[in-house]
Design a protein around this ligand. Structure first.
Ligand SMILES: C[S@@+](CC[C@H](N)C(=O)[O-])C[C@H]1O[C@@H](n2cnc3c(N)ncnc32)[C@H](O)[C@@H]1O
Length: 571
């Protein structure tokens, strides 16, 4: 149809407007929540800090923040071996001090101590008895949760908990008493430099000055949509943002934030750490400046004993040309992180502290990058670092697991079991590996007895944080007909993560079998209200239908019996 025929049918007959004039009348609607601020101070970053502080380890148990990679036991074993070799080779005498910042689950510390003690027993060395491990996190909630869970009870006397900012290395105990940091033999920072303050800058103009990226936060959703899904009005959100208190309550609306970015002149360029970082920055249209990480490294370097080292494990660009592409923050559930500009920090360490920085061979192919920072190592320790932290070392441990998964996917059961056996031989204390094997053997191969034994071994290693492990144990018990014990295992999973869908589905089964339909339906409602994996939705709905049918049937039968009863009186 010709334009002049279709336009009247659309109610658009007449002269076309001048686009430039139309644009002059356009006024975009803004629901600004928070003005332009640098990356670490923007609303999303403040919310992230509030979430860590208020909820502690919750982002890990809910799997919003990946934590397996540093907390399976493997990294702890590597770090414990490294420290053992360094102390032995350098013939360190007297007390041995280890510091960890941003410890999160605390599992790295726990497994480190388990392994270090075992090596000392095996090698007949007294290092464990001379050791003090100061384990810290900025979140007071996290520190209290370690105590509530008894995470370090096995190592009483060897552990001290400190709460405080990793960038400044100032910590207080749970009663507020200062925790002094002496000369450290080892300082660990896993996945934490990426959450310390950072900003994004670019060079501008001829005079070498810098601009900083700042972020303004808007609300994308209409206020009525907002109220419907988060239960908060726009005024409530604004006053929470403005007041800066209870920020964590905004987590459910964070997905509705929209970010506007613009460049502003960079401030604080004369602050010594920032100045040094800017001097070292490679040219680029975006440069990630990890001020907080640099402050931590400088403070930690000043605390190192003569043979001490700093070991960092983190993600981020490792080549200068990768930096512009990686200069942004990433969301992990309600928390954010910005990665680490490794080339810049390495340059900073060498120029500002005089320490050396070592990377494992083949580091460029790894997702997580390890850096050993020292004043110099004994040749044996350098060898130990390569044998533990190179890509080929990682491959040695990961290859059988990868093979097992691919055999399992292809239905080659014997080969999968062989490969899993080899993986477990190489990593006998990795709880997540043993749990995966338990799941395969107990639930896929349906050897419930063996699966139960494997799951039992996995919960022994990590009874604290994984609803998944307790569910595997419960599933094996359930399949063996041990329903009451299965219910106990699922209830333990519920204590760890009440919203987990698999846990709620399992509890729906055990409650329904015990005739407690109300609780069974409550669990299903909780599972449906907290969707994390699509796979469980259908199963939860099917179970709900089954329970509703059972309730109807019971009522029908009760009604019939009542009718019979009445009829008897008149028979
Ligand atoms: C991504 S998690 C890493 C946890 C653990 N190290 C790991 O590898 O799984 C970051 C942790 O750092 C803590 N954190 C955040 N800001 C911090 C700061 N300024 N100083 C010390 N810890 C901080 C958080 O509470 C959280 O436990």
């Amino acid at each position: 149809m010709a334009l002049k025929e279709i336009l009247p049918r659309l109610g658009l007959a007449g002269e076309a407007a001048e686009p430039r004039q139309v644009l002059e009348m356009v006024r975009p609607e803004h629901t600004v929540l928070d003005g332009f601020r640098p990356l670490s101070e923007c609303l999303e970053a403040r919310l992230s800090s509030a979430h860590w502080d208020e909820h502690g380890i919750l982002p890990f148990v809910e799997n919003d923040v990946p934590y397996l990679i540093n907390n399976s036991g493997r990294l702890s074993e590597d770090a414990a071996s490294l420290l053992f070799v360094e102390i032995r080779e350098a013939q360190v005498e007297g007390p041995i001090l280890v510091l960890e910042i941003g410890a999160g689950t605390g599992l790295f510390c726990r497994y480190f101590l388990d392994t270090f003690r075992a090596i000392c027993v095996q090698e007949n060395a007294d290092f464990y008895d001379r050791l003090l491990y100061i384990v810290t996190d900025r979140s007071p909630r996290t520190c209290r949760q370690w105590v509530e869970r008894g995470l370090f009870d096995e190592h009483a006397g060897r552990v001290r908990i400190g709460c405080g900012d990793g960038a400044g290395l100032v910590f207080a105990g749970l009663e507020g008493e200062p925790v002094a940091i002496g000369r450290c033999n080892a300082v660990f920072a896993n996945y934490v430099l990426d959450v310390l303050p950072a900003t994004i800058v670019r060079r501008c103009g001829e005079n070498g000055s810098f601009e900083e990226l700042r972020i303004r936060t808007h609300l994308a959703a209409q206020p009525d949509v907002l109220h419907g899904c988060a239960g908060l009005t726009l005024d409530e959100i604004r006053s929470t943002v403005g007041g800066g208190r209870n920020l964590a309550r905004l987590a459910p609306v964070a997905g509705m934030f929209e970010h506007e970015v613009a460049w502003f002149p960079l401030e604080d360029t004369e602050c010594p750490v920032r100045h040094a970082l800017l001097q070292a920055a490679h040219p680029g249209d975006r440069i990630l400046i990890n001020d907080g990480a640099a402050r931590f490294l400088q403070a930690a370097a000043a605390h190192l004993g003569p043979r001490g080292f700093i070991l960092i494990n983190d993600y981020g660009p490792i080549q200068p040309e990768q930096v512009p592409l990686h200069s942004a923050s990433q969301r992990f559930g309600p928390t954010i992180a910005a990665g680490v500009n490794f080339p810049l920090l390495e340059c900073f360490i060498r120029s500002q502290t005089g320490l050396e920085v070592l990377a494992g061979d083949g580091d460029e192919g790894r997702m997580i990058h390890s850096r050993l920072i020292t004043a110099g190592l004994t040749p044996e320790t350098a060898k130990s670092f390569q044998s533990r932290f190179s890509a080929s070392a990682a491959e040695y441990f990961e290859a059988p697991l990868t093979a097992a998964r691919s055999h399992s996917a292809a239905g080659r059961k014997d080969a999968a079991v062989d490969a899993y056996r080899e993986a477990v031989e190489r990593s006998p204390r990795e709880w997540s590996l043993i749990a995966e094997v338990a799941d395969y053997v107990g639930l896929q191969l349906q050897d419930h007895e063996s699966g139960l034994k494997l799951a039992r071994a996995a919960v022994e290693l990590n009874p604290w944080y994984s609803a998944w492990v307790w569910n595997i144990l419960g599933d094996c018990l359930y399949c063996l007909g041990r329903r009451a014990e299965a219910h106990e295992a699922f209830s333990q999973a519920e204590r760890i993560d009440p919203n987990d869908e698999r846990t709620n589905l399992n509890l729906a089964y055990t409650y329904a079998e015990a005739g407690d339909h109300r609780r069974a339906l409550d669990c299903i409602a909780r599972g449906l209200a907290n969707p994390r994996r699509e796979t469980y939705r259908e199963r939860l709905l099917a179970k709900q239908q089954e329970i509703l049918n059972a309730i109807s049937l019971r009522r029908k039968m009760e009604g019939e019996r009542l009718q019979h009863r009445t009829a008897r009186f008149f028979a």
